[in-house]
Design a binder for this molecule. Structure first.
Ligand SMILES: Cc1cc2nc3c(=O)[nH]c(=O)nc-3n(C[C@H](O)[C@H](O)[C@H](O)COP(=O)(O)OP(=O)(O)OC[C@H]3O[C@@H](n4cnc5c(N)ncnc54)[C@H](O)[C@@H]3O)c2cc1C
Length: 373
């Protein structure tokens, strides 16, 4: 058993951590206050070689390192990258034809184009089989109509992996994944959702109005979309577990440092046993999240089925992040409640972690299904 990162992974960690301090930290407030989308950061991350997932020789462990390091400071950029790398680039790499890989991946790897993943609809959240965005075939054309909601990177994406159904009575075998080009007629971005947190990452409605796709824009085979969607979400959940882990570490470190500075009753507050209890609980749960997340990543890199481990990592790391931000605010006292301090941003950003890419309830269902099969 070896818990060490490889030399290359250590270098990635160091490089990204320095990049985050130098390039991301200075724009976090702008993203937060102005809902600013950091295009220039995505391009620079492309130049650093951190985009593209497997297609760019980034294994899952390295992908976790990248998302964790970024999310320590900006969970919003963490999710932009997680969707782009783990769902879109890995999706095209794992299920795409050679022509599709050659057509779409180079610009996604460079960060010149951004990817999104569109499954959710107003009546189909946890139950993805209930989607009603539909397609029909006419000659060599696939005509797609419908609306998706909450699509991360929706307003910025050039390419979207979008799921549409042919026969609503038999969705399991008739959902197809299309690679949508957002520059084509028939595609529109709808409302951009106003969110509690993750302000710099935009989620939007997207509208397909007689959008025409062609055979060579189907990812995998026609009718295999549901299987592809679920398989990609397993990898995506390891990404969100890494985002949760990074966010939790960021919040914990702020609280730890503050507890060493703040004095009450003539003592640093970290000298009080109750504060020590909070800090020790926080770091213990963070460490457990780290082990679960990197173990799931390790299994994925070995090509093993990691559905159970990915769900356990996502469930535990996202709930830990919410536990940690709550305790961190407690340690900050009134300053934790002030919009002028960073810690409240972590508190707001953390809340969605137990909701997207499968709620905590759905993760528990998957875990139960895996252990009882
Ligand atoms: C910021 C943000 C970004 C997102 N990005 C994307 C994206 O890029 N692409 C995309 O496709 N989607 C995206 N989503 C959608 C997200 O994945 C869904 O919101 C999520 O799957 C839950 O669906 P829902 O909101 O419809 O909740 P619902 O499915 O309506 O669930 C409501 C509640 O009921 C519970 N519940 C549902 N079914 C069961 C059950 N069988 N047993 C027990 N409890 C159950 C849920 O756990 C939850 O607590 C995003 C959402 C947000 C908020």
């Amino acid at each position: 058993m070896n818990f060490d990162f490889s030399e290359e992974q250590k270098l990635i960690k160091k490089t990204i951590s320095e990049f985050v301090q130098r390039e991301i930290k200075p724009i976090v407030n702008k993203m937060e206050r102005e809902n600013y989308f950091p295009y220039e950061i995505i391009k620079k991350l492309g130049q650093l070689g951190t985009l593209g997932g497997y297609a760019n020789n980034i294994d899952t462990i390295s992908s976790c390192i990248i998302i964790e390091e970024i999310s320590k400071v900006s969970p919003a950029i963490g999710v932009i990258i997680s969707v782009h790398n783990t769902l879109v680039c890995n999706g095209i790499y794992e299920f795409g034809s050679e022509e599709q890989k050659a057509k779409y991946l180079p610009s996604l790897i460079k960060g010149e184009e951004i990817g999104a993943y569109a499954l959710t609809e107003s009546h189909a959240g946890s139950n993805a089989l209930a989607i009603s965005t539909s397609y029909k075939k006419e000659g060599n054309k696939f005509i797609i109509n419908g609306r998706k909601i909450w699509i991360t990177n929706g307003p910025q994406a050039r390419y979207i992996l979008l799921y549409a159904v042919k026969d609503k009575q038999n969705p399991k075998n008739s959902i197809t994944c299309f690679i949508i080009d957002t520059k084509r007629e028939g595609f529109k971005v709808g409302i951009i959702h106003n969110k509690l947190g993750l302000k710099g990452a935009h989620s939007s409605e997207i509208i397909l109005d007689n959008y025409i796709a062609y055979e060579d824009e189907i990812l995998g085979k026609e009718g295999e979309g549901y299987k592809i969607a679920m398989k990609l979400l397993t990898g995506g959940r390891i990404g969100i577990a890494s985002q949760s882990l990074g966010l939790a570490i960021g919040a914990y470190e702020l609280a730890l440092n503050y507890s060493k500075e703040r004095e009450q009753f003539g003592k640093k507050i970290c000298e009080f046993q109750m504060i020590q209890y909070y800090l020790s609980e926080m770091i213990t749960r963070i460490s457990a999240s780290k082990l679960l997340t990197y173990y799931a990543a390790y299994l994925k890199d070995k090509g093993e089925n990691c559905r159970l481990e990915a769900s356990m990592a996502k469930l535990y790391a996202s709930e830990t992040a919410n536990f940690v931000v709550d305790r961190a605010i407690q340690i900050f006292g009134s300053l934790g409640y002030s919009a002028d301090f960073d810690i409240q941003r972590y508190y707001r950003d953390a809340r969605v972690l137990t909701i997207y890419e499968g709620t905590s309830e759905i993760q528990r269902l998957i875990i139960a299904k895996e252990i009882l099969k």
